[in-house]
Design a protein around this ligand. Structure first.
Ligand code: ATP
Length: 600
């Protein structure tokens, strides 16, 4: 995509924060509810510790504790109940926010894609769009619906436990936290090891991919030239290299992770509490009963800490997904005027005015192109492969806008014509045939849903596909890809019928009969020539004999119009066209198609 002035780039700031901005308040509320809820659900642990301590100490002194026990039990149960309600409320708020953002993102992406140049879709694989629209938005769902509440719960539980332990005895609290500090240190080491080895692994994976592509892509040649052994060898070497790199990369990683997990195993934490507890008792710093709350609370930090680690690990995937969705939402769009400035073409003559265009900066694919398509005439564009023919056709369809110059329809700049209307004025059939998963009838009536069966059949007869459709199991109701398995040529004829049904005053055909066999091509050309009457037709053709009676032929060379004229005029010039004609080895007096006319 060029940095054309015709595109508008909106917003450069990237990141997950931008994606989640509309629901930031809801997510914060959800996280807070979850955090406070988690804190409250831990109150019973403190309650148990309190009761156990009291029973041991006070009953020995003969004090009755029934009233206090019931009070602590009531507070514990009340806290637990309130905590569960708050955690559930947090989940609900997060899911509502998720529902809102998912809807908002899908709408925003769809609206954006409706405004991007059609040329973007040819450069972008549908896989990329599907990845962002479905997979990435699903990943963001786990972020919005679960991440914030889970982080809230984990942090809430950890914070309240730490505060509680420090409130009881700061020396025991510090000692209890030692395994968790060990966990963080081992984790950091694992991450460092992981980062270093991931680069090496990615390089090895790249080698496997290249070897696989080479092997699969060239399988025919490999077999034909008996090089299967050599190709296999390259693939095996890449796989072996990856396996070796994997072993040496994972060994230190797994060791560090194993140490980290061992640090936060409840048994380790309990062991540390008991060892330091006994030590502090011997030092006379604490009483034996003072250990009890630590024994109850310290292991409960393990699970939230591990959960936090997993969540932060998942966050990087969600960040990448957010970036991809954001990139889609920032795809450069076609420049358009405010709807109040839309204009209606007064006629249907098309004019290219000094049009230049390049896909990338500094390399012009089309340079200073000027010509007019007059109504009722056929203009053919010919030239060597790569000369810029398809680019020229796509500019008329606003796949891209010119970098310089402009294109008008009936005197109105294409940028001032509402996009939907533009495709009512200019129909097209391109090399890449696009049919949707629907019935043949629906595919035909895509741009014209109110078309009658008679109108549809008239179009399919012109495109020479009516009989073939009738031969399908359910005729016009057969579904593409299910019971309508069509060849490339048949799909192309279906597209031609679809374009004909729209009855556009201007029609662009880019290698529209490329997949048709000779007989069909003749029939389609014949039908199209009748259809062309009174319209402007732009035909791009490789085979010069199919366009030799066009009203005007433009010969493109390196993105410039090298020659123009009628077939006889161009032959007389003895220039580029005459050369192409000669090289094409066309028979002078073969039966002509109607686009060709009759004379030789
Ligand atoms: N989407 C794209 N991005 C970048 N470059 C492109 C793109 N499409 C075409 N090009 C380049 O622009 C030049 C003109 O391509 P174009 O398809 O217009 O030529 P063409 O005359 O129609 O060729 P052919 O007859 O082989 O279809 C070529 O060099 C091609 O590689």
């Amino acid at each position: 995509m060029s940095n054309s002035s015709a595109v508008v780039v909106e917003g450069k700031k990237r990141g997950i924060g931008r994606i989640l901005r509309p629901i930031r308040g809801q997510l914060t509320a959800a996280a807070l509810l979850s955090a406070v809820g988690a804190m409250l659900t831990l109150v019973p642990l403190a309650g148990f510790a309190h009761i156990a301590t009291k029973i041991t100490l006070d009953t020995a002194m003969g004090i009755s504790l029934t009233g206090e026990i019931w009070r602590v039990v009531a507070i514990s149960l009340g806290s637990l109940f309130a905590g569960v309600i708050m955690v559930s409320a947090g989940e609900l708020v997060a899911h509502l926010a998720d529902n809102r953002i998912t809807y908002h993102l899908r709408q925003a992406v769809a609206q954006r894609l409706a405004r991007v140049p059609l040329g973007w879709f040819t450069a972008q694989s549908s896989g990329d769009v599907k990845q962002a629209m479905q997979d990435d938005i699903a990943i963001l769902h786990s972020l919005t619906a679960h991440f914030y509440t889970a982080v809230g719960r984990a942090l809430g539980a950890i914070c309240i436990s730490v505060v509680y332990m420090f409130a009881l005895d700061w020396r025991m609290a510090i000692a209890t936290l030692l395994p968790f500090i060990g966990f963080i240190l081992f984790l950091r080491r694992a991450m460092k090891t992981g980062d270093a080895s991931m680069t090496a692994l990615a390089a090895r994976m790249g080698q496997i991919n290249s070897a696989t592509v080479e092997f699969i892509g060239g399988i025919a040649e490999v077999k034909a030239f008996g090089a299967a052994g050599r190709a296999h060898k390259g693939f095996h070497e890449a796989v072996d290299g990856f396996a070796r790199a994997f072993v040496s990369a994972t060994r230190p990683l797994v060791t560090s992770m194993a140490h980290a997990h061992a640090m936060v195993a409840p048994v380790t934490v309990l062991g540390v509490v008991l060892v330091f507890g006994v030590l502090f008792i011997n030092l006379g710093w604490i009483e034996p009963l003072d250990i009890l709350p630590f024994v109850l609370v310290a292991p409960s930090i393990c699970a939230p800490l591990l959960l936090l680690h997993t969540l932060l690990h998942d966050l990087s995937g969600a960040t990448d997904a957010a970036k991809r969705v954001l990139a889609l939402m920032e795809t450069p769009v076609l420049e358009s005027v405010p709807s109040s400035q839309y204009q209606h073409p007064r006629s249907y003559d098309v004019r290219f005015n000094d049009v230049s265009y390049g896909y990338s900066d500094g390399h012009a694919v089309l340079s200073n192109i000027s010509f007019t398509l007059k109504p009722g005439t056929v203009t053919a564009i010919v030239g060597a492969s790569g000369a810029g023919k398809s680019t020229l056709a796509r500019m008329l369809l606003r796949f891209f806008d010119p970098d310089e110059g402009h294109i008008t329809l009936g005197g109105v700049d294409l940028r001032c014509i509402e996009t939907e209307k533009l495709y009512r004025y200019i129909g097209f059939v391109l090399q890449e045939v696009q049919l949707i998963h629907a019935s043949v009838r629906d595919n035909l009536a895509l741009g014209c849903p109110s078309a009658s069966q008679q109108e549809i059949e008239n179009a399919t007869r012109i495109a020479n596909i009516h009989e073939r459709i009738l031969a399908l199991p359910r005729g016009y109701d057969s579904v593409i890809g299910e019971d309508a398995q069509l060849s490339g040529g048949e799909r192309q004829r279906l597209c031609i019928a679809r374009a004909i049904l729209l009855d556009p005053p201007v029609l662009v055909l880019d290698e529209a009969t490329a997949s048709a066999d000779a007989g069909n091509e003749l029939a389609i050309q014949k039908a199209l020539s009748h259809f062309a009457e009174g319209r402007s037709l732009m035909v791009i053709a490789h085979r010069l004999d199919t366009i030799k009676h066009a009203d005007r032929i433009l010969v493109l060379e390196d993105g410039r119009i090298a020659e123009e004229g009628t077939h006889p005029q161009l032959l007389d010039l003895k220039g580029r066209y005459a050369d192409l004609w000669l090289k094409g080895n066309y028979e002078c007096c073969q039966s002509s198609t109607p686009l060709e006319g009759a004379s030789c």
